[in-house]
Structure formats: structure tokens, C-alpha cells
Design a binder for this molecule. Structure first.
Ligand code: DAK
Length: 260
């Protein structure tokens, strides 16, 4: 399948998704959302060989410099609410992906770009990366769950400051407040994300998917995460990979998981 605003590349068990609108600093327009939806909703579930995904931005300057300001400038309330819910839905697909998704943040991650990075399971920042939620500069609240995920990730103390001041922070500060997992030499973001995903790719895939599901349940106000964890733990014991993992331990050898 070919895409117009994304470049997809497989590197062993890892899928690299590059948002490719460098002329607009990879701003998120309708096409980017449509294509991200196709990847995470339709394509990935069919790609049984893939054990992890990296999302990054094309060019030297930006991961994603926000939602496409030129596209939403004339929107009314009804249209904007619908677009917000639609964008949030695509980011939920990423957050609930059965394999881990890492944002390799190679430059500006502003507004919708920061929101996209926050929907990923981890964030690796290049030394020149910049983060922020500048929506209030445009007379807007964040629309793709920035008010929710920034608070989840960095807590209300730092989250409220960034959301109300629109201050742009550098990679080191993002690391200090817990917004990113690691800061690496500029240009090493994808390679570092790849290293992490290749470690995870050695683990039991069903257990990985269930762990992501249980973690996300923590934030689901309608579910009891503790109970959900117990249920998923029980289901793991019925997998072939559980038998393989425990047998391999006893036989002092490396487990060979089959995703079954
Ligand atoms: N949208 C569209 N085009 C963008 C863009 C964006 N967010 N960011 C940059 N570009 C374009 C620029 O217009 C320019 O295009 P040309 O003028 O050359 O045609 C090109 O990318 C290069 O940008 P600059 O020339 O500005 O590059 P600089 O290095 O000088 O500056 C910058 C880099 C990142 C500081 C600057 O580009 C900038 O401030 N960009 C905008 C950052 C920003 O405010 N982003 C939006 C955050 S708010 C919604 C849901 C969600 C949202 C909105 C609505 N609804 C449901 C309706 C979310 C909103 C946001 O994301």
C-alpha cells in the first residue's frame, strides 16, 4: 500500500513511519490523519511480523510542528469539535496499538505534534528537539488530547504551566519533567528507538500486548485496572508462549516465542 504523506519502511521486526510533509514542517493535515488511521487500524493488524513501530518526521527541523494551521483557520464550532474527536480517535489507535510505538522526536514537536508524540508509548528526543503546546497563542485549547495526556505524563504542576504559558521547552527540560524517556545525540533518535524495540521484540508478543492494554486501563475511568490486570494475567497462562517461557527458564535456554 502506498501513502502520499507517510513513508513506511520495514527494518526487521520494526515498522518506521515517517511523516513526510517537510515543506510544512510535517504539520498534521487531514491526509496525515487519514493515512495514520489506515496504518494503525487496517495495516498493522495484518503485519504479523511487526513487533514495534517508530513514528518520526521528515527533514532536519521538525518532528511535527502542529496541526496544519492553514487547514483549520476557518472552522466553526461543530466542524472543529468533529475534527478534534476524529484526531483524538486516531491517537487512541496509536495508544492502544498491540505493539509498542515510539516517537523519535527529531525537531519541533508543537501542539498536535507534541500530542502525537504523547500518544506514543515512549518518546526519544534528539538534542535539538523542542516541545510545547502553543494553542493558546492561536486562541485555542489543545484539540488532540494535550490537556489530558500532558497532565498524565508530567503531572499538573508542570503540565498546567506549559499549557497556560505556551512556553516551548528543549529536550533536556522535557527529560527533566518526564515528558521524554531519553535525550540522544541529534540524528540518533530512530536508532535509539530501534534498539529499545529490538529488545522488546525478543519478549512474548501476547504478554507485551496485554501489558500495554493493562497500562492503558489505568486511565480508563470506566474500568478497574487492578481487576483487568488479574484477568489478563490469567489469560496469559493459556498461551503457548507462557509454556515456552517457563520451560525455557527451567531448561536454562533462551525462549523462542511464537506469538501463540
Ligand atoms: N501548520 C501549517 N504550516 C506550518 C506549520 C503549521 N503548524 N508550522 C510551520 N508551517 C509552515 C510555515 O508556514 C512555512 O511555510 P511557508 O511559509 O514556507 O509556505 C514552513 O512550514 C516553514 O516554517 P517557518 O518558515 O515558520 O520555519 P521557522 O524555522 O522559521 O519556524 C516554527 C519554525 C516551528 C517555530 C514555526 O514554523 C512555527 O511557529 N510554526 C507553528 C507552530 C504552531 O503554532 N503550531 C500549531 C500548534 S497548535 C484542532 C485540533 C488540534 C489543533 C488545532 C485545531 N481542531 C480540532 C480544529 C492543534 C493545534 C496546534 O497544533
Amino acid at each position: 500500500m502506498t501513502f502520499q504523506s507517510l513513508i513506511l519502511e520495514e527494518n526487521g521486526p520494526i515498522l518506521i513511519v515517517t511523516i513526510n510533509r517537510p515543506e510544512a514542517l510535517n504539520a498534521l493535515n487531514k491526509m496525515v490523519f487519514d493515512e495514520l488511521e489506515m496504518v494503525f487500524r487496517d495495516e498493522l493488524p495484518k503485519m504479523q511480523q511487526i513487533r514495534g513501530v517508530i513514528i518520526t518526521g521528515s527533514g532536519e527541523k521538525a518532528f511535527v510542528a502542529g496541526a496544519d494551521i492553514k487547514e483549520f483557520a476557518n472552522f466553526g464550532a461543530e466542524q472543529a469539535t468533529a475534527l478534534s474527536l476524529r484526531g483524538q480517535g486516531v491517537l487512541f489507535l496509536i495508544e492502544n496499538c498491540h505493539v509498542p510505538v515510539i516517537a523519535a522526536v527529531n525537531g519541533f514537536a508543537l501542539g498536535g505534534g507534541c500530542e502525537l508524540a504523547m500518544a506514543c508509548h515512549m518518546r526519544i528526543a534528539g538534542a535539538k528537539a523542542k516541545f510545547g503546546q502553543p494553542e493558546v497563542n492561536l486562541g485555542l485549547t489543545p484539540g488532540y488530547a494535550g490537556t489530558q495526556r500532558l497532565i498524565q505524563l508530567v503531572g499538573k504542576t508542570f503540565g498546567i504551566e506549559l499549557l497556560l504559558t505556551a512556553r516551548i521547552i528543549d529536550a533536556e527540560e522535557a527529560f527533566r519533567i518526564g515528558l521524554v524517556n531519553k535525550v540522544v545525540e541529534q540524528g540518533q533518535e530512530v536508532a535509539t528507538a530501534m534498539e529499545i524495540l529490538n529488545v522488546i521484540a525478543q519478549k512474548a508478543p501476547i504478554a507485551i500486548a496485554k501489558t500495554i492494554h493493562c497500562i492503558n486501563t489505568f486511565y480508563n475511568k470506566e474500568k478497574d485496572g487492578f481487576y483487568e490486570e488479574a484477568v489478563q494475567f490469567g489469560l496469559c497462562t493459556e498461551t503457548e508462549d507462557f509454556k515456552e517461557g517457563t520451560t525455557a527458564f527451567i531448561e536454562k535456554r533462551k525462549a523462542d516465542f511464537k506469538n501463540k
